[in-house]
Write a protein that binds this ligand. Structure first.
Ligand code: GDP
Ligand code: MG
Length: 439
């Protein structure tokens, strides 16, 4: 499997300080084959490999990571980025009803996922209306009706004698007059893309003006999924995809390809036949699935934790500095913003979490911007010697930073506490050093 291959390759890289071009080239040859095996589109693989190579070659391997771990980290990050990075949410219209139109090939899971989405909305106390626009497939209307009954969500249908475009039009009127805030339109699919189907879908689109056109794609179809996505997207300007049947043993290469080729974000994943088998699509989880999961993911997580620890140790060294000023504090804030929540970072510093007065140092991440503004409104003299900041200066600083005197006071108090804590800490560290020296 891919995981084993990666391990083999990366073990060969072990013990090197810098990733050389030939190291990375060799590793990427394996990655390339493995991705193709996971059914990722060849062009996507080519671009991906080039991108990772460019990033990896010459990179200094972080002290605590093996070169192998470092490459895995880059591969994982790039895979996640390729699939959109962040989780992508469904659009909601400011003016009700919000309309979602489901499209896709026959058997992809449109009807099932129309119902799954309706269930999520219903649970969220919304009033969705399901619309049966597949008049071709025998029993398609019945299928939606059964699902609707199960969910206690109404289904709008005019049988199979009225055209889907007309059904959609009347459904919109019905939704408005009955106070539905969401309209979910289930459409027909074909085994292959054809002109007539696309024309019909375009007309429905023009009639209902959906806020999302969701392409439902079967993850098991691998490479084909990309062609399907491309044609639907070129004709209908799809706004999102739902990748279904991920409960199967597919590697999920389709996910990578769809996003990379069409730019369409995958918004949900179908993970079973049951009505609740749906979850928001997480690019990072999919990346580890494509990579072969298991140890690889654990490795990366461990590596990640180590990196943060390295940074925290660096921070600790700086904080031990005797003349730590508000200027330094400002510097630290910039770093902390990249590190993550301040309380977590403090927690990583040895001994810090047990320190008294810790609870007073609660610089909330959202407040960091205001704290920055306050410090920036101080003169250099005030930053190095905060004791000179009297009440008239406090007023001036508050006005200059667009904050209040109370906030300035709070910051100065926090800084004072922090200084005390640091003195305590540095005293403790010196004591410990002294003990070591004697023993
Ligand atoms: P449509 O033709 O696009 O409307 O597809 P359907 O919603 O009728 O689904 C076709 C088949 O796929 C049905 O048997 C569904 O139960 C099944 N199905 C849909 N989504 C999933 C999924 O996420 N996982 C699994 N295992 N089966 C699914
Ligand atoms: Mg259907």
């Amino acid at each position: 499997g891919l995981a084993n291959r990666l391990q083999d390759t990366f073990n060969r890289l072990r013990g090197k300080g810098k990733l050389s071009e030939s190291d990375v080239t060799e590793a990427m040859r394996e990655v390339r084959l493995a991705l193709l095996e996971a059914d990722v589109n060849f062009k996507v693989v080519k671009d991906f490999v080039a991108k990772v190579k460019e990033r990896a070659v010459g990179q200094e391997v972080l002290q605590s990571l093996t070169p192998g771990q470092h490459v895995i980290k880059i591969v994982n990050e790039e895979l996640t980025a390729l699939m959109g990075g962040e989780q992508s949410k469904l659009a909601v219209s400011a003016k009700a009803p919000t309309v979602y139109m489901m499209v896709g090939l026959q058997g992809a899971g449109k009807t099932t996922h129309t119902a799954k989405l309706a269930r999520l909305l219903h649970k969220d106390r919304k009033k969705p209306l399901l619309v049966a626009c597949d008049i071709y497939r025998p029993a398609a209307i019945k299928q939606l009706q059964v699902l609707g009954e199960q969910l206690d969500v109404p289904v709008f249908s005019l049988g199979n004698e009225v055209s889907p475009v007309e059904i959609a039009r009347q459904a919109m009127e019905h939704a408005k007059s009955h106070g539905h805030d969401y309209v979910l339109i289930d459409t027909a699919g074909r085994l292959h893309i054809d002109e007539a189907l696309m024309d019909e879908l375009k007309q429905i689109k023009a009639t209902v003006q959906p806020h999302e056109i969701l392409l439902v794609v079967d993850a098991m179809t691998g490479q084909d999924a990309v062609n399907v996505a491309e044609s639907f997207n070129s004709q209908l300007d799809v706004t999102g995809a739902i990748l279904t049947k991920l409960d199967g043993d597919t590697r999920g290469g389709a996910a990578l390809s769809i996003r990379a080729v069409t730019g369409t974000p995958i918004k949900y994943a179908g993970i079973g036949e049951k009505i609740d088998a749906i979850e928001p699509f997480h690019p990072d989880r999919m990346a580890s699935r494509i990579l072969g999961m298991g140890d690889v993911l654990t490795l990366i997580e461990k590596a990640q934790a180590t990196i943060d620890k390295d940074k925290a140790l660096d921070l600790e060294r700086k904080m031990r500095n005797a003349d730590f000023t508000l200027e330094d504090f400002l510097d630290q804030l910039q770093q902390v913003k990249q590190l993550g929540p301040l309380d977590q970072i403090m927690g990583m510093l040895p001994g810090m979490n047990k320190m008294k007065g810790m609870q007073n140092v609660n610089v909330d991440d959202k407040q960091i911007g205001r704290v920055e503004a306050i410090i920036r409104s101080m003169t250099p003299g005030e930053r190095t010697e905060p004791s000179v900041i009297n009440s008239s200066r406090r007023k001036r600083i508050a006005a200059g930073s667009g904050t209040s005197v109370q906030e300035v006071n709070r910051l100065l108090k926090q800084f004072e506490d922090m200084q005390k804590m640091m003195k305590q800490f540095s005293g403790m560290a010196k004591k410990m050093k002294g003990k070591k020296g004697k023993g």
